[in-house]
Design a protein around this ligand. Structure first.
Ligand code: BES
Ligand code: MN
Ligand code: MN
Length: 465
């Protein structure tokens, strides 16, 4: 096929509509974590069903689950051709803190930024993952309309990724036949920069716990009782500070037992990925970086596990000063995991350690939340090569394989349950502020994704011949 001109001509002719359709999705606040948005989340699934159907999919179906539905659609053109299973998510993170947005989180607008001189779409979910997911729907439309679809395609778009994908995990186990494919293709990660393409080849796992520390049975006057009883907030802070040593190693016994140690060659290979420490610090207004001794910034945020407090509260936080010793203190703590750590095992180790360091003067409770396993995807497979060649075709540069620090727990399950590897061909930038106020996604990135995906199908089909 003279695909280059075909693809670009189609995108040129339809890009305004491609943007408008994405805007329609972005206007629906599909926040999966907050039950107040229940109807909106469901409406988003309906809208994706319509859009998949309009793009040319057959058998588009809303598959109910115990939580939010999964939108499934497929186009089987020839059972002898390879099948690509596209995964994405239509749910988004909560928009708060809303006052820090420069425009409404669910009122998408295009604004120019330093890294997106051609404009970026500002809205919750613009990059994570509505924008990236919808590139696949539009690339599919393009291949249908230009008669170039080279593989069968199955879409599985879920609405609970941001809350742990528990129901998708059940759906996958129950639909192994229907989900048969040769590869899973996902755009829910990023590239290094718009002129430095990369392909994600690893995701960290996650253990997430909530802890509660109880001191006295009621809030106390901090003068009458202060100094004589345990203050649960002080104790919680002391306990948290015992979780890392002065080298920023995590002190939970056994925590590192299963951690994969990369060879010097692998680390040297990683260090080749373009990275500016100065630029990194500047972009975050930091005068210095911080992390585990003996590792670079890129290692700290990808091949090494972490322990971070995500939220901490207790006592009086209102106006003025209230003299009080709270009865309870709380924290939410995440641990990002690397191969071959196991989420349940790490949660257990955390619980044991947290309980063991609690002084007798308090009671503690550890409640686990959803977790997920780390994954490394092959960078030598035909599917990886197809993605690499696709990006090389549209960026003019061979993409760099990079392990990411984020988590998509279902990816490890795709491997264990379906035996399928995923290709993590994302197009976002770390600076796109996903999960933050003012999330955005470059118009360049959106259109580049739509342009690149059809080449993946083409090269993947060629490899499978
Ligand atoms: N798309 C992200 C994960 C991601 C982003 C991976 C960028 C690599 C690069 C996903 O939607 C996400 O936010 N995952 C959560 C985990 C989930 C269990 C809530 C995360 O990583 O915190
Ligand atoms: Mn995502
Ligand atoms: Mn996310």
């Amino acid at each position: 096929m003279n695909s280059n001109s075909n693809i670009n001509a189609y995108i040129d002719a339809h890009k305004d509509r491609f943007l408008n359709e994405l805007f329609e999705l972005l206007r629906i606040p599909s926040v999966s974590a907050d039950p107040a948005y229940k109807n909106d989340v469901i409406r988003t699934a309906d809208s994706i069903k319509e859009k998949l159907f309009a793009a040319g999919a057959d058998k588009v179906e809303i598959c109910p689950t115990a939580g939010y539905p999964i939108v499934y659609g497929e186009k089987i053109i020839d059972p002898k051709l390879p099948t690509v299973l596209v995964y994405g998510h239509y749910d988004v993170q909560p928009a708060d803190p809303i006052e820090l947005w420069t425009s409404g989180p669910f009122e998408p607008v295009i604004k120019k930024t330093e890294l997106h001189p051609e404009g970026a779409i500002f809205a919750r979910g613009a990059c994570d993952d509505k924008g990236q997911m919808y590139m696949h729907v539009k690339a599919f439309e393009l291949m249908m309309q230009t008669n170039t679809l080279a593989c069968n395609v199955k879409f599985m778009i879920e609405g609970e990724e941001e809350v742990g994908s528990t129901n998708l995990a059940i759906f996958v186990k129950q639909n192994k036949e229907r989900l048969k494919a040769d590869v899973i293709l996902i755009s829910d990660t990023g590239i290094i920069a718009n002129d430095i393409p990369s392909i994600c080849v690893g995701l960290r796992g996650l253990s997430y716990v909530e802890v509660e520390v109880t001191g006295p049975n009621r809030d106390l006057h901090s003068g009458l009782y202060g100094g004589a009883v345990a203050n649960p907030i002080n104790i919680l802070c002391e306990m948290i500070s015992k979780m890392k040593d002065d080298k920023n190693h995590i002190t939970i016994p056994g925590f590192y037992d299963d951690v994969e140690i990369l060879s010097a060659e692998e680390r040297a290979e990683m260090a080749k990925a373009p990275f500016s420490l100065d630029g990194y610090k500047k972009s975050l207004d930091l005068s210095d970086i911080h992390g585990e001794d003996g590792y670079t910034t890129n290692e700290r945020n990808s091949i090494r596990p972490t322990l971070d407090v995500n939220g901490i509260w207790g006592g009086y936080t209102g106006e003025g000063a209230k003299t009080v010793i709270a009865s309870k203190a709380y924290a939410k703590i995440s641990m990002r995991l690397v191969p071959h750590q196991n989420s349940d095992k790490i949660t257990e180790l955390f619980k044991n350690y947290f309980e063991s360091i609690a002084p007798k003067s308090v009671k503690v409770k550890v409640t686990p939340h959803h977790g997920g396993e780390p994954v490394v995807t092959p960078s030598t497979s035909g599917a990886y090569k197809a993605a690499s060649m696709a990006m090389e075709t549209t960026y003019g540069k061979k993409p760099v394989p990079v392990r990411s620090g984020g988590s998509i727990p279902i990816v490890a399950m795709f491997k264990s349950e379906l035996g399928l590897d995923s290709v993590l061909m994302g197009f976002g930038l770390d600076s796109d502020a996903i999960h933050s106020p003012n999330e955005h996604y470059g118009v360049f990135n959106y259109l580049k994704g739509i342009e690149t995906i059809p080449y993946f199908y083409k090269y993947f089909a060629d490899f499978k011949k």
